[in-house]
Design a protein around this ligand. Structure first.
Ligand SMILES: [Zn+2]
Length: 418
């Protein structure tokens, strides 16, 4: 089985390399924004969309022109990759999978990607990596890189530079270690409730830091932009964001690892988290203008990271030889698992379930998880409701699904994974 995996390390550049990396990230941002502006212009004039090849031709012109000759200092492949990213963002928008692409801002996910493994050299013995136009860079090799190199992404986060090395390797098809099955009901009050009655507390990392974040954001807004005090406040705000992201990532990874180790079959509800967390889809005229008007629930959902939870469960189970089944979510919290009675009256309060027919009682989320598991068993056994239920994703796609190279953005719109 082919396994794609990303290994991420902190870089230890010298001053010259750091300046270069900033410049390269800036060049990529410039190219992205210039191309996006062009797309918009053409769209408004009703002209045909310029494809990737057309944009690459333009890039060559830009690199050759007097005005933007400095673009020629940056490695050409990462610049082209930026255009590829834009292309993907654009087609995601037209396929209604994402909001209209936004202009990139300095200091927001600064990164660039080297797509050609032949130009990258990794020297694990001396903890260094060679990247075009940067030379040998030292890195903190916290664990060995496995497999053969595919590409490398350099990124800046909270003042530190990282490289994510994507590799591929052949691994033995996994033999599931566990044989049990579990249903999971996700919610706001409890992050996840299992069909065996256990549950996970909500991930309140954002809430916990929210007050502090607001305070520092206010402090930042009072200061003169780009003054040294403003920069100090900004660094503080970014540090809190980083901490929130780390806590969330850590929590989700621990939870999904434990679940995928202990169960061979995991059943969840097929919730459209994307739709739930999206307030209004962007359009070409008003790209994501109303995204800021988000409800509390919306924020809670993003804070919980359900989408990331499902994504991690999917690839971790595939790695372990297990499977994830997503079942239709209708009435899972209103159906009695004992007698099958479906009634809104079964669920009087948010957390309390009591069947009006047979009197079965329980925590509503627990009952939901039991129903979800039962649905999963029916789907797995005889394909009941197959029209509405669907396996989480095509098996092959899931088995080669990569580990995240970068954190899921905590921004308002969930754009397609890299
Ligand atoms: Zn009942």
């Amino acid at each position: 089985m082919q396994r794609l995996q990303a290994f991420k390390y902190e870089l230890r550049p010298d001053g010259q390399q750091e300046r270069q990396m900033r410049r390269f990230a800036g060049s990529c941002r410039f190219v992205f924004n210039k191309a996006l502006a062009l797309h918009k212009e053409r769209y408004e004039r009703g002209q045909k969309k310029l494809g990737y090849a057309g944009l690459c031709k333009l890039l060559t012109e830009w690199r050759g022109s007097m005005e933007t000759a400095w673009l020629a200092d940056a490695p050409v492949h990462p610049l082209q990759q930026t255009l590829k990213d834009l292309e993907r963002a654009y087609s995601n928008f037209f396929a209604k999978r994402a909001a209209f692409p936004r202009f990139k801002k300095k200091g927001q996910r600064d990164s660039f990607r080297y797509p050609d493994a032949k130009q990258i050299k990794l020297d694990q013995a001396s903890s260094r990596i060679f990247l075009p136009k940067l030379g040998w860079l030292r890195l903190r090799l916290s664990r060995p890189v496995l497999g053969s190199l595919c590409n490398a992404t350099v990124s800046l986060s909270s003042g530190k530079w990282f490289v994510s090395i994507q590799t591929e390797r052949e691994v033995e098809p996994p033999i599931p270690q566990a044989s049990s099955a579990v249903g999971i009901d996700v919610g706001v009050a409890r992050f996840a409730t299992f069909s065996d009655g256990s549950y996970l507390e909500p991930l309140a990392s954002f809430k916990k830091h929210e007050a502090r974040l607001r305070r520092y954001q206010r402090a930042m807004s009072r200061k003169t932009k780009f003054s040294s005090n403003w920069k100090k406040s900004k660094a503080k705000v970014q540090r809190i964001h980083t901490r929130i992201g780390n806590a969330r990532r850590d929590y989700l990874h621990k939870a999904t690892t434990a679940i995928s180790q202990n169960h061979a079959m995991v059943v969840i509800e097929d919730l459209q988290v994307r739709n739930m967390s999206k307030s209004a889809k962007g359009s070409a005229e008003q790209p994501g203008n109303n995204v800021r008007a988000k409800s509390g629930l919306n924020k809670a959902i993003l804070d919980q990271g359900w989408f990331e939870f499902r994504r991690q469960l999917e690839y971790k189970l595939a790695w372990k030889g297990g499977m994830l089944i997503a079942v239709p979510p209708h009435n899972t919290s209103r159906t009695c698992p004992e007698c099958g009675c479906v009634s809104a009256d079964n669920r009087r309060a948010q957390a309390v379930f009591r069947c009006v027919e047979c009197g079965r009682e329980g925590h509503a989320d627990h009952i939901g998880a039991i129903n979800i598991l039962a649905r999963g068993h029916r789907v797995a056994a005889c394909g009941e409701d197959v029209s509405r239920a669907r396996p989480a994703r095509a098996k092959r796609a899931a088995s080669v699904k990569q580990e995240p190279a970068e954190a899921t953005p905590s921004s308002h719109v969930l754009v397609g994974a890299p």
